[in-house]
Design a binder for this molecule. Structure first.
Ligand code: NAP
Length: 547
């Protein structure tokens, strides 16, 4: 391994390059330093935090509990950091990322405000040649793409965006300066997890708020609360057990789950369970029964329950009806958690625009034109989501062995082994990649696991004098077959979402994530390394030197 970050002219020669400084990239930086590797982190943002660096919109908050959504690799950090709320807001999560970066002195290894523009595998020299928008070339034996599954924002497909003369803001790239909505006519396009959080905040302050809704989401009360000191002390004391429970749970978190099928209880008891879960808040409704995501009839009844709740909260029956999701299984789109979202529509300044009966036709100089009218707006906020799972990995060209481009390899949809490596792309690793559990489990958990797995693979290669590794075609084909076989066993692919790629025009569609749960994923990753990493092919130093 290279001892130092040697520099030859404008070319840096390193052991590894890590792309992205969100929670995955930050942990990789820490881990690689512990291993004594030479490396650099490359990050487009001005600081650490990834999606939490960019998503500064009002109301941005994680829908995983803070007890779950934090690093588990450092006992010291667990004890030193204190969460203030059950569900942490973006400022606190970003402060946490900064605390970790300071505490572990990570920033000095990361080059900020820099984008990778391309990466090419040099087969002869067995290394990646990575270029950046600062004109640098980095040559590295290993390349880790910690670019995140939701980091490439997507504007709505409507004409005239550039002609709009008011303030145009994107939730996913929110400005760093304070934004006032007071007295303004504000339009929000999009009602996914992001839109819901934006709407419930902006509705409090805006003069008029117009919500442009195409597909309503199911949302449940978050019931966020401040964490009491005694509870925090207990949480810290019991972290090891809580972390162990997290790793055993399908979604990588200690959120409620059940082994009880929906129809195992009589109707009145089912109702009691759902009411209790609704009161408890968070994802409790999702976890109240074991089969809501696999049994359509159970799913239908939970959907009825949630629609009934919307009807009880929203006073105007017409608005309530429009807000009730129909036509896709509940939780097949990301389940949203809110703090007064539906109540927002009871305010006289908040207006729901149904984009099904009056689709948006264009943005104009003054606002948004639907098929029925022009709505004049001082500010428009896009909460229109992401080119998820593959967007960041295809944002620049990655060229593997024999000139194979990732865009070609993925022309029919993302393909990899375990969401970690790809045949034809030696020594290229992805964390939380599109064929792992990705969006279906706690991303900090997945990232920690994936970085540990990558670190073990690199150590194995060094110990055995190997220069390159990649999965065998057979291993990758078998994994993708398993992913494809399991996917239809859930109801997840029955909705149009960024999970299935239907939100991006021309993108291959289908559920490419592993739906078997986090513990099974970990088991598959461990199995692949057995018997001398049997699922991989390697190049030796001797063979490379002889070539
Ligand atoms: P999203 O779930 O993909 O929602 C995008 C929204 O924009 C949808 O309502 C979509 O409508 C709408 N839209 C797009 N183009 C439109 C158009 N031309 N006209 C009208 N509506 C249009 O994106 P997101 O809300 O940013 O959430 C993405 C993911 O980020 C979430 O699933 C979650 O994983 C994560 N997230 C988590 C949190 C949290 O932890 N609480 C918060 C925010 C985000 P259609 O559905 O009809 O296309």
């Amino acid at each position: 391994m290279n001892d130092k970050a040697g520099t030859t002219g404008a070319v840096k020669r390193l052991d590894a390059v890590i792309v992205g400084a969100g929670f995955g990239g930050m942990y990789a930086v820490y881990k690689f330093r512990e291993m004594g590797l030479s490396f650099v982190g490359i990050e487009a943002g001005g600081d650490v935090g990834g999606v939490w660096y960019w998503n500064r919109y009002p109301g941005a908050r994680c829908d995983l509990m803070s007890v779950d959504y934090s690093y588990s690799f450092s006992r010291e950090i667990e004890q030193e950091w204190t969460w203030s709320e059950r569900f942490a807001g973006q400022p606190e999560i970003l402060a946490y990322a900064n605390f970790v970066a300071d505490r572990l002195d990570l920033r000095k290894h990361i080059q900020f405000n820099t984008r990778v523009t391309g990466a090419v595998w040099d087969e002869r020299r067995q290394l990646w040649v990575v270029k950046t928008d600062k004109g640098e070339t980095i040559e590295a034996t290993y390349c880790v793409m910690a670019t995140g599954p939701i980091s490439t924002p997507k504007d709505p497909d409507i004409p005239g965006i550039a002609s709009y003369e008011g303030e145009l803001l994107r939730a996913q790239k929110w400005p760093h300066h304070p934004v006032s909505f007071a007295g303004k006519r504000v339009g929000v396009i999009g009602v996914g997890s992001t839109g819901i959080q934006v709407i419930q905040e902006v509705g409090k302050e805006a003069g008029e708020l117009y919500v442009f809704q195409r597909t309503p989401s199911y949302s449940m009360p978050m019931r966020n609360q401040a964490l009491e000191a005694d509870y925090v002390a207990e949480m810290k004391k019991h972290y090891p057990a809580l972390r162990a429970a997290m790793r055993m749970s399908p979604n990588g978190g200690v959120r409620p789950s059940s082994t009880r099928p929906f129809f195992s209880l009589p109707p009145s008891m089912r109702r009691q369970v759902l009411e209790h879960a609704w009161e408890e808040g968070g994802h409790s409704v999702l976890g109240a029964f074991s089969d809501v995501m696999v049994n359509q009839e159970a799913n239908d009844q939970v959907a009825d329950f949630l629609r009934e709740k919307i009807g009880q909260i929203v006073k105007d029956p017409k608005t309530a009806e429009l807000l009730k999701p129909r036509g896709y299984p509940v939780f097949a789109r990301r389940p949203c958690l809110d703090s007064g979202y539906y109540e927002t529509y009871n305010k006289p300044n908040v207006h729901l625009v149904d984009c099904n009966s009056e689709p948006i036709e264009a943005m104009t100089a003054k606002g948004v034109r639907t098929s029925a009218r022009e709505i004049e707006l001082d500010m428009v906020i896009f909460a229109t989501g992401y080119d998820g799972l593959t967007g960041a990995l295809l944002a620049f060209e990655v060229t593997g062995r024999g000139g194979l481009k990732m865009s070609e390899k993925w022309s029919g949809g993302a393909r990899s082994f375990l969401g970690l490596m790809m045949e034809g792309f030696p020594n290229l690793f992805t964390t939380a990649g599109p064929n792992g559990p990705a969006a279906l489990a706690n991303l900090i958990n997945i990232n920690e696991h994936d970085v540990d797995w990558i670190a073990a693979a690199i150590t194995y290669m060094a110990d055995n004098k190997l220069t390159a590794m990649e999965p065998t075609k057979q291993a990758e084909d078998d994994w993708m077959e398993l992913v494809a076989t399991l996917a239809p066993r859930t109801l997840l692919s029955k909705a149009s979402t960024w999970y299935t790629g239907t939100n991006v025009k021309g993108k291959p569609t289908g559920l490419t994530m592993f739906v078997g749960g986090f513990p099974k994923y970990v088991e598959h990753c461990a199995n692949a390394t057995k018997d001398g990493y049997h699922a991989f092919s390697f190049k030796t130093r001797e063979a490379t030197a002889a070539a």
